[in-house]
Design a protein around this ligand. Sequence first.
Ligand SMILES: Nc1ncnc2c1ncn2[C@@H]1O[C@H](COP(=O)(O)OP(=O)(O)OP(=O)(O)O)[C@@H](O)[C@H]1O
Ligand SMILES: [Mg+2]
Length: 257
Amino acid sequence: MANHPLIQVKNLDLHFGSFHALKNVSVDFHAGELVGLVGDNGAGKTTLIRVLCGIHTPNSGEVYFDGERVTRFHPSLAINQGIETIQQSVGLCDNLSIARNFYLGREPVRRIMGIPFLDFKTMRKTSTEVIREFGLRDNVSTDDEVGRLSGGERQSVKIGRAVEFKNRVVIMDEPTNHLSVREREHVNELAVQLKQQGLLVIYITHDIFQVHKLADRIVIMENGEKVADAKTSEMTADALEDVIRQGGRLVEKREAA
Ligand SMILES: Nc1ncnc2c1ncn2[C@@H]1O[C@H](COP(=O)(O)OP(=O)(O)OP(=O)(O)O)[C@@H](O)[C@H]1O
Ligand SMILES: [Mg+2]
């Protein structure tokens, strides 16, 4: 079998009315890779990710998973392709326990005389194991409501869930916003851990210096265009920041060379 990229984006264009949000974007993502997706506010990072998750349908261009072309953009795409998106503020229900959040929509069921009951014992046991592994301290129980968790602890729940349910792509959209320095480091360590387990991690941030330390590759977007795509081993964070400042001129120089 040919060695296809896990996700391949080809010449993607997307308009919101008269606004051109994605302009001829082509990019490949591979399993076991941590890719930093960087760019200013409104550059099109989240929009690109939403296309991959089936939330937006592009006006033209193609998306392939494992070499197979996506023909229908629908939110089920993310589930079918095993994509979990981790954002700072959404994705968990504050008034439910950690265990319930862990299984949201995938609750194990136990039958007593044919009547289905939620299997709380399994939910508690598995979620505790996974969440401890992802750094939740002993003072937190999976029976606790998510509402009491710190930002970093919430991220641990989402990341643990992504791994347990065999997702193969984890998209982290500004996952460390409003986190303390220590929590930020923890989330970043988890991102590296996911990649080491063979998942594709797409890490969206404004902080090129932070992500350069973690990522194998950095993709920079600006005004809906991809303006750079470089291995971190081949380009320093300073050089990449210059690309952002100069609106992508460096790419043209490299291509011309
Ligand atoms: N549903 C929508 N309808 C109309 N315009 C939209 C929609 N979604 C995004 N946009 C516009 O598309 C542009 C790109 O937005 P996007 O959210 O992709 O930026 P971003 O790179 O993620 O920025 P940030 O770093 O601020 O999150 C913005 O100008 C935004 O206002
Ligand atoms: Mg965004």
